[in-house]
Design a protein around this ligand. Sequence first.
Ligand code: PMP
Length: 351
Amino acid sequence: MSQYWSSLVHTLTPYVPGEQPKVNNLIKLNTNENPYPPSDYVLDAIKKATDDKLKLYPDPNADVLKKRIADYHNVDANQVFVGNGSDEVLAHAFQALLKQEKPLLFPDITYSFYPVYCGLYGIDYQTVPLNDEFEIQVADYSQECGAIIFPNPNAPTGRLLELDEIEVLLQSHTQQVVLIDEAYVDFGGQSAISLVNKYPNLLVTQTLSKSRSLAGLRVGFAVGHADLIEGLERVKNSFNSYPLDRLAIYGAVASFDDEQSFQESCKSVINTREELNAKLLELGFKVLPSAANFVFATHPQFKAVEIAAKLREKSIIVRYFNKPRIDQFLRITIGNDTENQALCVALEAII
Ligand code: PMP
């Protein structure tokens, strides 16, 4: 029935999310979720929100959550924007801030939603190659541009750009918005949120999907200068005034109140990552240094797609990419201890 499609739909190449299998008996290491469940404190807050108020619309501004995030990150509430997952926050940012006369720049190997949003919103973009070690080089972002976006740590590489390098970039691009997508920052990076009051062109996005074990609740946020946030609010209020439901608002607030569980689960993920790293090196893999909740690894003798297929036969799902330069890499999400052990045993049998 594609004769009914708008001309836009014919041009789109939509994002293909990682597989969410319908069966439960798989070890799922393919979409960078947290292996640990949300704490009882967070679950109780969500249960409490399922009262008779569910018949009412939630607060369209999610003020209680914005205030909680603002306090947590030492900024004002009007410097915080919240949305239905950071994918939605990013979508609004592409429309409100990154769509400029000159092209948007992002790395050639990065989160594959960026070119999708460019297609959807008609944004011209250019990609900037990572160096031989798959690092972002800020010196390579010197060409004329309308804005810049990249994840830090980058995905799917896991490589981190230090804050002093980010400052170099901000200082040389004061007329452009620089958006840092910190979906994975809590697993070993330093957040650039500490810089937002120094650089009015800096917008930082984060998500509760990874380090806060709430991928199913769909909450993300952005922090930046109040003017940038107002731009996002205008787009949001022209699209969906109620992006966050009542359960998401209260569950997210509770997550910021429960610092101990958050810290403990991040620490466990980091420890397991280092154990997996050591095991992969022992098995002859090359592993990129990761500051995220996944590792990106390649083996000189075995094809990534074949290792992935053999792991799948053993009920373990990992991700590989049909893209030049990274098609020999596996991206493996960090699991819990049991999952990690099963993965290591399976890899020992394959390699
Ligand atoms: N940014 C990056 C780099 C990601 O990998 C992801 C997760 N796929 C997101 C943003 C979006 O996460 P969410 O919508 O769950 O907040």
